[in-house]
Design a protein around this ligand. Structure first.
Ligand code: NAG
Ligand code: NAG
Ligand code: NAG
Ligand code: NAG
Ligand code: NAG
Length: 527
């Protein structure tokens, strides 16, 4: 009895002692020594379950605070990247470190640190880094007349924090990291692909979601919708209620059951040849104010929206928007106003602030493509170096992505597959996530550990249903994922429990319904 008690005390004392050792190590750390002219803006031990506040973070980032699940040492610094640019850097080093390193990415054209991805990574034992990608907030104003800030945005910020992060991690833990990872979606997906091209030794494994590759064309494509529809009041304009209540319903009527199941989820939108002609009103008199049919100009606008973007000679420059996404795209890309990211890119990078987004001609598209600052394009034909060093890439794309057409990820795979002479599968795998919008949300089984709030915490860190865990398994144990099981939670609320799960297939395989209950994971087969 006495022995047990004293053992217990030893355990408790040891526990307290280890914690305070880690805290002391954190507080005496001096990362400024390892980067000239840097400024340390925060150095603190953050105990598990703290809600960390970021009072200085740009409000447009909409990230005023973050719950920290594990004990971490938080390091925040400002790192100059040139005489006229610098980045805000964060490193979160967990006390219970797995030995792995992970860098996080950004989104849109923003300079917003993905604190939620850093928290996700540290809660799974990774030492995580992130940055503001060279500027603060969601606009592109700071790109104006400053190509150094654009260079940070294109690749330099991520590469810098990766090199610096690994360096201070070594000093901090007095140990090298075992493996190095990257996790990002959207612009973050592009950042990950760019790193595998330009700095193939930066990461052993990369999760690159819904990647904004072929970036210049993508920016123009996103800027092409407003010129197609005009603003509200224009004869071509289709309002949100019509997109959601009429067009989306018609898309589902024409395409939902192509995969065998009527569940509001289109497994493979490449099979959906949506014809908006079915929605044309009998006469223009009927059309006025109608909620059940569209006018001639509206049908024509919808038709154009679902066509690829072409250049001066009709050549395809960017694939079509995939049908199924209109429910959400009506709130953004088709909302009758210039798309803010494209507007800013043309204003502050391609042209000048007089650009108002009212046109998108082949000449404008070419101007963006030629400008290609710091080679931001990111559209590889091959990744030989990354493959040769043993690197692995997992990518995914929501099949109703409302911001970047998922058809572009099919195109990237097809292009790489040719460039790598058919040998992609040994290091690059792409999963199509049916019923998912841009990076997250949607009617499908969209939670699979891809980072970002609920999607991270919802499923266990286990390779069958978590894409980051699957990547670790592939890199460290050579077990490559054949599919990724996604989870749909009731009301998208983890605590409300699972609604259903679905296996997402490895491209080019598609999911086919072979059972009786679409919400049974075994009712589907990848062919
Ligand atoms: C650090 O700052 C000094 C003074 O502003 C400058 O001369 C020097 O080039 C900077 N060093 C680096 C590595 O940026
Ligand atoms: C950018 O945001 C950080 C806080 O995240 C702040 O310390 C820094 O001063 C900001 N920079 C500018 C140029 O506003
Ligand atoms: C530390 O992390 C490992 C997995 O990396 C986990 O099994 C263990 O429970 C963690 N310990 C604590 C005290 O959080
Ligand atoms: C946008 O700019 C063009 C000139 O490039 C001009 O003709 C057009 O009227 C402008 N539209 C608006 C809404 O300001
Ligand atoms: C789901 O959300 C709706 C609306 O917020 C609510 O009425 C419903 O009770 C919720 N269902 C469950 C199972 O939580």
């Amino acid at each position: 009895m006495i022995l047990t008690l004293s053992l217990l005390w030893t355990v408790i004392i040891c526990k307290v002692y280890t914690l305070s050792l880690f805290e002391a190590r954190c507080l005496r750390f001096d990362p400024g020594r390892y980067y000239s002219n840097s400024t340390v803006t925060a150095l603190a031990f953050i105990p598990a379950k703290t809600t960390l506040q970021f009072p200085d973070n740009d409000q447009s980032c909409k990230r005023p605070s973050q719950l920290i699940p594990q004990d971490i040492c938080r390091i925040a610094m400002s790192l100059p990247t040139s005489h006229r640019s610098s980045i805000i850097f964060e490193a979160w080093f967990p006390s219970n470190w797995s030995g792995r390193f992970l860098a996080t990415g950004n989104g849109g054209i923003d300079g917003c640190i993905r604190y939620e991805d850093m928290a996700y990574a540290t809660s799974n034992g990774f030492a995580a880094v992130g940055s503001n990608n060279g500027h603060n907030g969601t606009t592109g104003v700071s790109f104006d007349e400053n190509d150094d800030i654009v260079t940070d945005f294109a690749w330099r910020s991520l590469h810098t924090i990766t090199g610096f992060g690994k360096k201070i991690l070594h000093v901090f833990y007095e140990k090298h990291h075992s493996k190095s990872y990257y996790l990002g979606c959207s612009l973050g997906g592009r950042q990950g692909i760019k790193a595998t091209m330009k700095f193939p030794s930066d990461y052993d494994g990369v999760v690159a979601g819904s990647p904004a590759v072929d970036f210049n064309h993508m920016i123009s494509w996103r800027g092409s919708f407003y010129p197609m529809t005009g603003g509200s009041g224009d004869a071509r304009y289709v309002d949100q209620a019509l997109w959601k209540g009429l067009v989306h319903e018609e898309v589902l009527r024409q395409c939902d059951t192509l995969d065998g199941a009527k569940d509001g989820i289109i497994e493979d939108p490449t099979r959906c040849n949506f014809d908006p002609g079915a929605l044309l009103c009998g006469s223009d008199a009927v059309h006025a104010g109608s909620t059940t049919c569209l006018g001639t100009a509206q049908v024509e606008a919808v038709r154009r929206i679902f066509k690829p973007m072409t250049g001066a000679h009709g050549e395809i420059l960017y694939p079509a928007m995939q049908p199924g996404s209109e429910d959400k795209a009506s709130e953004g890309l088709y909302n009758g106003a210039p798309w803010p990211y494209s507007l800013d890119w043309y204003r502050y990078v391609v042209y000048d602030p007089s650009w108002n987004g009212s046109r998108m001609t082949p000449r404008d598209i070419q101007a963006a493509e030629s400008r290609n600052p710091s080679n931001i394009r990111t559209f590889p034909r091959q990744l030989h170096e990354f493959k040769a060093r043993g690197g692995k890439i997992l990518t995914f794309h929501g099949q109703q992505d409302n911001q970047i057409s998922s058809f572009n990820s099919n195109r990237l795979w097809d292009r790489l597959n040719i460039g790598m002479s058919g040998d992609l599968d040994s290091f690059y795998r792409f999963f199509r996530i049916s019923g998912m919008n841009h990076c997250n949300t949607g009617p499908g089984a969209w939670v699979f550990g891809q980072g970002g709030g609920v999607s991270a915490a919802g499923v266990p860190f286990e390779s069958s249903q978590n894409i980051l865990a699957a990547l670790v398994d592939w890199v460290e144990y050579g077990r490559a994922p054949e599919h990724i099981v996604g989870t749909k939670f009731v009301n998208d609320t983890v605590l409300a429990g699972q609604h259903f799960q679905r296996r997402h297939c490895k491209y080019p395989a598609t999911n086919t319904f072979v059972g009786t209950d679409p919400y049974d994971v075994d009712s589907w087969e990848c062919h």
